[in-house]
Design a protein around this ligand. Structure first.
Ligand code: MN
Length: 353
């Protein structure tokens, strides 16, 4: 028994050394990838493949492959007898079988509960935000959304109150015990905005902004990543990978509709993206019912569909007086509509059990 323990200790010791070496190697690989032109025909992946295949001792090769797989970064595929490495994506279920649970001020997203992220399209005044937050809090909503930096399609449209808007949002949210979900548009806004934000939203138009995604990956804030308006599911997952690779594991995916030929809705809600993302990633998936449909008469139906198909939350816009809103006037719910929306969803959730 004691010799078993001794062996185990030695294995642990070796694992530590190996991990240290693998990490050192990984650092060099990253440096090489940044400095060596891919046209030179040399990639770090190739060197590992050569290294392993050069072993005549298959047991040793197997041991190394096993170790690398255990490390979680690579899987191995045999192609006509030649072993090649396939990168295991950090977002994938292979890398992490269990669901990621994102914690925001003690509230969990992705733990089996259902989250509502609601608030006005844009922060317009403290009074407006307060009215909405007060109403939402009474409905049990824990996440207050609101745009301070607004990425508008036209440069002549209302661009948001910026940092001032963010301060209003944070002040009201703190007072109400809610968490702030808001869009930050670029790295320059990040440091000033961080103290006022609990979840950073990456807007649809920014999903492909890789330097920004990397910058977000270096923060420890939860990130709500919206799907690009013309992004495939594969591109969406890879955008998440940019954040994860920099070390931030708190990523929430948000399906928000894609651009199709259909004009009856603002975008086409790609509802089947939800279970695909849940199968292929371990990240929580929510649905933005407001921007995907752009129609108030479809919000509750879209939210119920989202619940049925496995989403862990929905995002929707609420305004005290939508017709006077400075943005998205047509699609924001007023308070009566919010009451009906919440009742509809509540009835649905409880009729299911
Ligand atoms: Mn909006």
């Amino acid at each position: 028994m004691s010799s078993m323990m001794g062996l185990k200790d030695r294995i642990d010791e070796i694992d530590k050394e190996l991990l240290h070496l693998v990490y050192k190697r990984w650092e060099l690989v990253r440096e090489a990838d940044q400095n060596i032109s891919p046209n030179m025909g040399y990639t770090s992946m190739d060197s590992w493949t050569r290294f392993v295949n050069d072993f005549s001792d298959t047991d040793r090769a197997k041991a190394i492959k096993h170790f690398m797989t255990e490390c979680g970064n690579f899987k191995w595929e045999s192609n006509n007898g030649v072993e090649t490495q396939q990168r295991t994506m950090l977002y994938s279920r292979e890398y992490q079988p269990e669901n990621t649970v994102v914690k925001v001020n003690g509230i969990s997203i992705g733990d089996g509960s259902f989250s509502f992220i609601m608030g006005p399209c844009a922060v317009e005044s403290e009074e407006q935000v307060y009215q909405v937050a007060d109403k939402l809090k009474k409905k049990g909503v824990r996440f207050l959304r609101g745009g301070a930096y607004k990425p508008r399609t036209s440069p002549y449209d209302f661009q948001g109150l910026g940092l001032e808007g963010l301060k209003i949002l944070a002040k009201v949210a703190r007072r109400k015990g809610m968490s702030v979900v808001t869009e930050i548009m670029c790295e320059e806004q990040l440091s000033a905005a961080l103290p006022f934000v609990d979840v950073i939203q990456v807007g649809s138009r920014n999903m492909h902004n890789f330097p920004f995604l990397k910058a977000l990956g270096r923060t420890d804030k939860p990130i709500l990543l919206k799907r690009g308006l013309s992004a495939t599911i594969e591109e969406f997952k890879l955008a998440a990978e940019y954040i994860l690779l920099e070390g931030n594991a708190n990523v929430i995916l948000c399906e928000r509709g894609i651009r199709t030929f259909e004009t009856a809705t603002r975008n086409t809600l790609d509802i089947s993206a939800v279970p695909i993302l849940l199968q292929e990633t371990h990240l929580p998936v929510i649905v933005d019912v407001t921007h995907s449909t752009g129609r108030k008469d479809l919000l509750a139906a879209a939210a119920k569909a989202s619940i049925a198909i496995g989403a862990v939350g929905v995002m929707a816009e609420v305004h005290p007086n939508p017709s006077a809103a400075l943005s998205d006037a047509k699609q924001q719910m007023n308070f009566n509509e919010l009451d009906l929306f919440m009742k509809d969803i509540h009835d649905y959730m409880y009729s299911k059990v």
